[in-house]
Design a protein around this ligand. Structure first.
Ligand code: ZN
Length: 387
């Protein structure tokens, strides 16, 4: 999922083949990344593809990072790739998944059935998969509060709320930050990078100067945030901290990490790209702040003075702990229902094509991200609480 806005210069592709394929709308071929490491593209949707990686241990067993979308054609594609690198399905011993999205985790169960491999993912991703029903109910409540146009609500519930589809998978191995994957002769370590989803993992192999970043850092796309299970805190804060983590892992010069992302193409310049994503988020927060300022300005110079009601009942809203400007600014008497909805903030922010062009999952993502940016600004109290 992308969150359009600023577009910095993309980082340098290491794989010209993948970058060209992306530009031409073609599927890139299987490529050898290092001795015993290969990339494989899995198509999904309307011309998109995700990137998976096959990694060979010293015992000949294979680990597959991100098996792609659940699709029989992708299983055939994997079998063909395995033949090409002189392996077979039975050699896959481990399917390691960066995060729970269907274009990464979707094919895991089919690969497990075909190969006998174990599936490994972060414990928070398993929790999100297990708690999908409770999470969906909470997402429906979010949608009701956001105040999107009535025409959009049905599609929002279908794709972002209780109608949302997640793969049904139970992992064999739950990973935590710092865990090494069980691959003979290799030291491939899980790095917990919450933000895009709560249990997102990158995998780093310093000896090979490789990092597998899933959707945490992509060369051109600005990854969306909070697109997994419900996080305990603000996914924006998590995401910024996780970008800091990978910036700290990178080194400059000849030892720079080669980034093996979940989409697009391999590249170098991890720290610069991650910093560009930090800057992008700062710009989105500034955009949200400007939208809140303009809405507050409109309320402070009302054209219709007879509708305001004292706000004594506001103190117990669900956003306890955040600054409520109506409680500290003695000059205003806005009732909570006069405060803007998330939708009204979002429609004053910039979105590629405008907010009206976004529907369903993309609109849900846009509205959720708007709310998290407002929260990160400490200004949730300026929004209309749930009724
Ligand atoms: Zn994703």
């Amino acid at each position: 999922m992308s969150d359009p806005a600023s577009r910095p210069v993309p980082p340098t592709a290491v794989s010209a083949v993948q970058a060209q394929a992306l530009d031409r709308g073609e599927l890139p071929p299987v490529e050898e990344v290092r001795h015993g490491v290969w990339s494989i593209a899995f198509p999904f949707g309307d011309g998109d593809f995700s990137l998976g990686y096959l990694i060979e241990g010293s015992d000949g067993a294979l680990t597959l990072i991100d098996p792609g979308w659940a699709d029989d054609a992708n299983l055939d594609r994997l079998e063909a790739a395995l033949r090409e690198i002189e392996h077979s399905m039975a050699d896959i011993a481990l399917v390691a998944v960066t995060h729970l999205h269907a274009d990464h985790l979707g094919g895991a169960d089919a690969v497990r059935r075909a190969s006998g491999a174990r599936i490994a993912l972060h414990a928070s991703e398993q929790r999100a998969l297990d708690e999908r029903t409770a999470d969906a109910a909470a997402a429906d409540a979010d949608i009701a509060r956001w105040g999107a146009p009535a025409d959009d609500e049905e599609a929002l519930v279908a794709s972002w709320g209780s109608g949302r589809h997640l793969p049904r998978v139970t992992a064999d191995l739950l990973l935590a930050d710092g865990d090494e994957l069980p691959i003979a002769g290799r030291r491939l370590r899980a790095v917990h990078t919450p933000g895009h989803t709560a249990g997102h993992l990158c995998f780093v192999e310093p000896e090979q100067r490789l990092i597998f970043t899933g959707d945490h850092v992509l060369p051109r796309i600005n990854p969306g945030i909070g697109l997994g299970g419900r996080a305990d805190g603000n996914p924006l804060d998590d995401y910024l901290a996780s970008l800091g983590r990978v910036i700290a892992l990178d080194v400059s010069g000849a030892d720079a990490l080669e980034v093996c992302p979940g989409h697009e193409y391999r590249f170098v310049g991890l720290a610069e790209r991650a910093q560009a994503l930090v800057d992008h988020r700062a710009a989105r927060s500034a955009d949200a702040a400007a939208a809140l300022d303009s809405l507050a300005g409109a309320r402070e110079s009302p054209t219709d003075a007879d509708t305001t009601v004292a706000s004594a009942s506001d103190a117990g809203t669900t956003h306890a702990g955040t600054t409520d400007p109506s409680a500290t600014d003695a000059g205003t008497t806005d009732a909570s229902l006069d405060r803007p909805t998330v939708w009204q903030v979002a429609e004053r922010m910039s979105w590629t094509g405008g907010i009206a062009s976004l529907h369903g999952y993309r609109l849900g993502s846009a509205l959720a991200q708007t709310e998290w940016h407002v929260q990160a600004l400490g200004r949730l109290g300026e929004l209309r609480p749930s009724s």
